[in-house]
Design a protein around this ligand. Structure first.
Ligand code: F6R
Length: 366
């Protein structure tokens, strides 16, 4: 049932190109001009007059929501708030009938996410669920459902579900932008075209998994690691850090690169590994200066980026180059080496990869 892989997690990481294709199938029109999301059932009037969007979820699904916030705000130019479901449900959120709430849940059964959904509905907001399980509680209770087609996810650590949740957010954002006339047609087309081809890039990264395994071998006995980035890269850093913690038990922290000098830089000493994500052209120079900042304190830096004309020496001690795509879609690529890194680190440490201690796949209690 693991199809020749040692663990479900590795199998599921390798299923990502397929999961991505399945999630996009039928949702991008032939000439890549429109996202086709009839299942949303949102009336044009509601979409035109939308006040605000909220995203709420737990864990990895929450991290997908953080990417979702950046994407929707950038493409749709509407304010988006993203909240952990166990916070959202108890903070008396300021939502009402003109708002859209997007809840994200692989299982569709997470207690806090389900409670957040009910809270949103009771205040008159419209709820769209992004979920992977057909007929799950969250799918049944939401006003509309955007299914991810990752297929069953068995490993406790979520991988392919996250990638398909990101795909769902790109589709949703392009769709909303289209309905609201918020994005020029060519820009929509560029994005949708790149999105449709992105599974090839994911496949290329998987084919180079050996390089990531070697990095994991190098760092698997360390006690602490940092992930840094800005913007979309910061959002993915959060997910990379969670993956490493939950399956390898190595303490990791994700930091907004610009925030380091406000405290955390104190922890950067000789030999501390820092994984830097630097995929966003408009933030590249800024992140580069943060890489210098940690290098100057002795950190060992691994940088994930696109091939460019920059001096590779500046990019830290090790570089992982991502296959070319629209930089705005980078999260779907960047997360893959981070998943592989966490996986191999856990394997080298002899951890129970598919069933990490203290964790359950579906959290149906608060
Ligand atoms: C991490 C992980 C958890 C889940 C979280 C939400 O790898 O799997 O953080 O993402 O428990 O679960 P769902 O998406 O089923 O609501």
């Amino acid at each position: 049932e693991k199809a020749g892989y040692d663990h479900f997690m590795l199998k599921e990481i390798h299923e990502q190109p397929r999961a991505l294709r399945d999630t996009l199938r039928g949702r991008i029109d032939d000439d890549c001009r429109r996202a086709v999301l009839d299942e949303l059932n949102l009336e044009p009037g509601f979409v035109k007059n939308l006040n605000k969007i909220f995203v709420t979820a737990c864990g990895t699904a929450f991290h997908a929501g953080v990417v979702g916030k950046y994407i929707i705000e950038k493409l749709v130019r509407l304010p988006v708030e993203v909240d952990i479901a166990s916070e959202f449900r108890y903070r008396d959120p300021l939502i009402g009938p003109g708002d859209l709430v997007v809840v994200v849940s692989q299982s569709g059964e997470t207690a806090d996410t389900r409670a957040a959904l009910r809270e949103a509905k009771s205040r008159g907001a419209r709820v769209v669920a992004i979920t992977n399980v057909v007929g799950s509680s969250i799918a049944r209770e939401a006003d509309s459902v955007l299914y991810t087609w990752a297929g069953p996810e068995i490993a406790v650590a979520s991988t392919k579900a996250y990638v398909t949740q990101l795909a769902a957010f790109y589709l949703l954002a392009v769709w909303l932008a289209g309905e609201r006339g918020a994005l020029p047609g060519e820009e929509r087309e560029d994005l949708l075209r790149a999105l449709r081809e992105l599974h090839h890039g994911v496949g290329q990264i998987l084919a180079g998994a050996g390089e990531i395994a070697a990095l994991a071998r190098r760092y698997h006995q360390r006690h602490c690691l940092f992930f840094i980035g800005r913007g979309l890269d910061y959002a993915v850093a959060m997910e990379g850090s969670l993956k490493l913690k939950e399956i390898s038990y190595i303490h990791a922290e994700a930091y907004a690169a610009g925030e380091l000098k406000h405290g955390t830089l104190a922890l950067i000493t000789e030999g501390v590994p820092v994984i830097a994500l630097a995929t966003q052209p408009e933030l590249f120079e800024k992140t580069l200066s943060n890489i210098k900042e940690v290098k100057a304190r002795g950190a060992e830096v691994v940088t994930l980026t696109f091939q460019g004309d920059h001096d590779s020496e500046e990019l830290g001690d090790f570089r992982v180059y991502l296959p070319p795509t629209h930089p705005f879609l980078a999260p779907i690529l960047t997360v893959v080496p981070l998943q592989l890194f966490a996986y191999y680190a856990a394997v080298y440490r002899g951890c129970s990869v598919d069933k990490p201690r203290n964790l359950a796949k579906s959290v149906t209690v608060e």
